[in-house]
Design a protein around this ligand. Structure first.
Ligand code: UTP
Length: 277
């Protein structure tokens, strides 16, 4: 049985909703309190037993590589002070994980970003984390929950949540049969449908487990909504073969790709980590 040992982080998007902050800085480096979004994603992957982090970057994203590397001057500066602990989690990540990077040269959509990661992933099933979807859970993280589910189903898995019907045009939306509690066998997926055309209000969020045949499928899927290569369209091919599970995860997701979601996540995290009452 294949184990999930690699996680792909598509992080090449422009992040235009956060301009001017994202003019020269990657959206994935925006902090929730003091930790960048991408670090939360990496920690969630580590908790799921993954140690190979494959990051798809683009122009202006070098700060991500620097973040997961040694900074000699800085470390010398804080050595022996009480600030040393502030880098403890980051050091732990660097000692336990291997990072690899590739660049998406043209931003042709999430499907294209995932295809760009093929060289780093190879021919095994893998996880995908969109770091701008920040997830919190009380017990197992969302990716850990999905890795466990993969052990049973051995096919692609998408994390889903119920959204207000009027917001379906912001997500990929699924139709499917309830197979067990919180688990759907997906039959159809539509990218950003108008509420009137949406098959349900079950929206795909930024956590996936994908079987490696997805790369060939993406290559053979024509561009979809907005002329972009959509991962939802490629997953539809797997879904029509009965090979996609939709999983209503335990926990909470914040859409940190939007300013409102980002502020909400920051307030929530500050309250729970720094100011517990
Ligand atoms: P978004 O739809 O949030 O797009 O991408 P964006 O460009 O990052 O942000 P806005 O809409 O301009 O504010 C969802 C995820 O897919 C990645 C993004 O980095 C983000 O994690 N992505 C998207 C790519 O890596 N490449 C692409 O071509 C498109």
């Amino acid at each position: 049985m294949s184990k999930i040992s690699k996680c792909l982080f598509p992080a090449a998007g422009y992040g235009t909703r956060f301009l001017p902050a994202t003019k020269a800085m990657p959206k994935e480096m925006l902090p929730i309190v003091t930790k960048p979004l991408i670090q939360y994603g990496v920690e969630e992957a580590m908790q799921a037993g993954i140690s190979d982090m494959a990051i798809v970057t683009g122009r202006g994203k070098r700060a991500i590589e620097d973040h997961f590397d040694i900074s000699y001057e800085l470390e010398q500066q804080i050595a022996g002070s009480d600030k040393e602990d502030l880098l403890g989690d980051t050091r732990e990540i660097m000692s336990r994980c291997r990072f690899s990077y590739t660049r998406q040269m043209e931003m042709k959509g999430l499907g294209h970003a995932i295809l760009t990661g093929e060289a780093l992933i190879g021919d095994s099933p893998f996880a995908v984390v969109l770091a701008d979807d920040y997830c919190v859970a009380e017990g197992d993280g969302v990716l850990s929950q999905m890795v466990k589910l993969y052990e049973k189903y051995q096919c692609s898995i998408v994390a889903i949540e119920e959204v207000p019907m009027e917001e379906t045009n912001r997500y990929g939306v699924i139709a499917g049969e309830l197979e067990a509690e919180n688990i759907y066998r997906v039959s159809r997926m539509v990218e950003k449908p108008d509420p009137a055309e949406a098959p349900s209000n079950l929206a795909i969020i930024g956590r996936y487990i994908l079987s490696p045949d997805i790369f060939d499928i993406i290559r053979n899927t024509p561009p979809g909504k907005n002329g972009e290569m959509q991962i939802t369209d490629a997953l539809q091919t797997q879904a029509s073969q009965g090979n996609v599970i939709g999983y209503k995860f335990q926990g909470r997701r914040f859409d940190c790709g939007s300013v409102d979601g980002y502020i909400e996540a920051s307030n929530y995290t500050y309250q729970s980590q720094c100011n517990p009452s």
